[in-house]
Design a protein. Structure first.
Length: 274
């Protein structure tokens, strides 16, 4: 908060369902990735690489883990933590597949984890445009396609005279499941038509960006997990994320704290020879 990475959401959120009366809403003005990068910066000195996908992990004879990425980069680690959506775990070659084959009960429980899907539009307008929308965000019940619309520039606290306003649109879970195999670009005009029916007085945008999350939010979590599980004890391979707690931001934090405790406990046992 003090660094400005998180700020309270300004304005009115229509249709919000709050399970906890004390719930407060926050936004990342520079995008959610800024929050991740902030925590990584606090852990310096570390070398951080972005924009690469892990495709193979090998358990070396030296009790180290060799990690290969789709960009051709290779590194060796004492411990590996994986927090991607669980179905993507099955796409990693090497010892991950060997471990899963050797633990059929664990594999079955991992395969039972399910996610919702979501299409999204980011709609950007020229500087000086006024959208004349009375809310910052709105949850829409019963619509055949759209579940959530947000004046994203307002949510982030941006000066719309300098950057221009922007809208963020999310589809509903049922609509997304029905069209999950559709191309995100093909869905763009369809979603815009639904939005213009919903908000008919919107001005002409400068630019529209479409996105699809095949794995948006976990809908069925890992059975019996309290934050993370160990795939391999030595060298440690741990998996975590909201699939092992619950589909909320605090669920992600709980998993992260559990992972840290697990690693620190393991290092303490090694140091004491226990």
């Amino acid at each position: 908060m003090s660094s400005g990475i998180l700020q309270p959401v300004q304005g009115f959120i229509e249709g919000e369902r709050r399970s906890d009366p004390g719930t407060k809403n926050f936004a990342c003005p520079k995008g959610f990735s800024a929050l991740v990068k902030y925590f990584l910066a606090q852990a310096e000195p570390v070398e951080t690489r972005y924009g690469a996908r892990v495709i193979n992990i090998k358990n070396e004879a030296t009790n180290k883990l060799q990690v290969f990425t789709d960009s051709g980069h290779t590194d060796v680690f004492d411990t590996v933590i994986l927090t991607m959506p669980v179905p993507q775990l099955f796409l990693i070659d090497g010892c991950i597949q060997d471990i899963l084959e050797s633990k059929p009960d664990l594999k079955k429980k991992l395969q039972a984890v399910t996610y919702s899907s979501r299409f999204c539009l980011g709609i950007y307008y020229p500087r000086g445009t006024h959208l004349n929308i009375p809310w910052t965000a709105k949850y829409i019940d019963g619509h055949p396609c759209i579940r959530y619309v947000c004046v994203d520039s307002c949510k982030r606290g941006a000066d719309e005279d300098l950057v221009g306003p922007s809208l963020l649109v999310h589809t509903s879970v049922p609509y997304s499941i029905q069209h999950v195999e559709a191309d995100k670009e093909a869905m763009k005009p369809i979603l815009m038509e639904f939005l213009n029916d919903l908000l008919p007085n919107l001005p002409q945008p400068d630019f529209i960006k479409s996105h699809k999350w095949r794995y948006s939010q976990v809908s069925k979590t890992f059975e019996g997990s309290s934050g993370c599980i160990s795939l391999l004890d030595e060298p440690p391979i741990l998996i975590g994320g909201d699939a092992f707690t619950r589909s909320k931001f605090d669920g992600c934090i709980q998993s992260a704290e559990t992972l840290v405790s697990f690693i620190l406990k393991g290092n303490l046992l090694k140091a004491t020879g226990s």
